[in-house]
Design a protein around this ligand. Structure first.
Ligand SMILES: C[S@@+](CC[C@H](N)C(=O)[O-])C[C@H]1O[C@@H](n2cnc3c(N)ncnc32)[C@H](O)[C@@H]1O
Length: 238
């Protein structure tokens, strides 16, 4: 997916990027490739791969979960910033906290955030399970995200304690994992979240499978979650 296809694909999903946002993605790509020569940030370094498998893939969560309806996001194990930085570029009102256990990635993210002039960003070098025990962060976030960090059973422990009561945990996965979900059922219940919805779809161009799990942390009757208007039930979206 080249830059123009990326811009068009987002436009089709109702996200119209400004010149500033287009420039932020361009700079993000440049810094990712430049810093990747000094430290291991990603195996994907070609421009089309980065725009598709990192930028577009990260933003695809917002095709289902409406980020305009939330304010605080915690991204656990964001690595080089995925999914939260592409989401933040598209939805600048968000206050984003990133926690990662590798300090060199936090160094990169701090630099990236300065260069892209992102506001309301907070970077923490910590293991999420310890970070989640800190009363300043426990149950503080509207939504907690994670992509390619661990199995759902482990993610329940890492991510769910950070979501506020009435908040959400959104997991971006490569493919639907009925087995993984079954394994995680007990842990998810212990940590107090319920699977609200699951969306399977194909990434454009190369058509690889993706699954988005949306869990809510709600005691009693579930309330309406910020579902993106117009999204049909469990229908593959391309
Ligand atoms: C495979 S990378 C994925 C990075 C990014 N989410 C993505 O999709 O490209 C996993 C990241 O999670 C971080 N990580 C793994 N376990 C963690 C933990 N318990 N707490 C915080 N970060 C963790 C690693 O340092 C690494 O940056």
């Amino acid at each position: 997916m080249n830059e123009q296809q990326f811009i068009e694909a987002l436009k089709d999903k109702g996200i119209e990027l400004s010149e500033k946002q287009i420039a932020q993605f361009k700079k993000y790509f440049e810094l990712l490739v430049e810093w990747n020569e000094k430290m291991n940030l990603t195996a994907i370094t070609d421009i089309e791969g980065v725009y598709l498998k990192h930028f577009y893939d990260s933003i695809s969560a917002s095709f289902y979960f409406d980020f305009t309806q939330v304010t605080t996001v915690c991204d656990v194990g964001a690595g080089a910033g995925f999914p939260s930085i592409p989401i933040k570029i598209c939805f600048p009102h968000l206050h984003v906290t990133i926690v990662d256990s590798l300090n060199k990635r936090i160094t990169f993210l701090n630099h990236l955030s300065d260069e892209l002039q992102l506001e309301h960003m907070h970077f923490v070098h910590a293991r999420a399970e310890e970070f989640g025990q800190n009363v300043a962060y426990r149950e503080q976030f509207d939504v907690v995200t994670a992509r390619a960090v661990a199995r759902l059973s482990v993610l329940s422990e890492l991510c769910v304690p950070l979501a506020k009561q009435g908040g959400y945990f959104v997991a971006l996965k490569a493919a639907a994992g009925a087995e993984e979900l079954k394994d995680a059922k007990k842990a998810l219940a212990i940590f107090g979240v319920t699977l609200r919805e699951e969306f399977s779809f194909l990434l454009p161009v190369e058509e690889s499978e993706r699954t988005l799990y949306i869990f809510d942390k709600i005691k009693g009757t579930p309330k309406k979650y910020p579902r993106k208007p117009g999204v049909p039930n469990k229908t593959p979206i391309q």
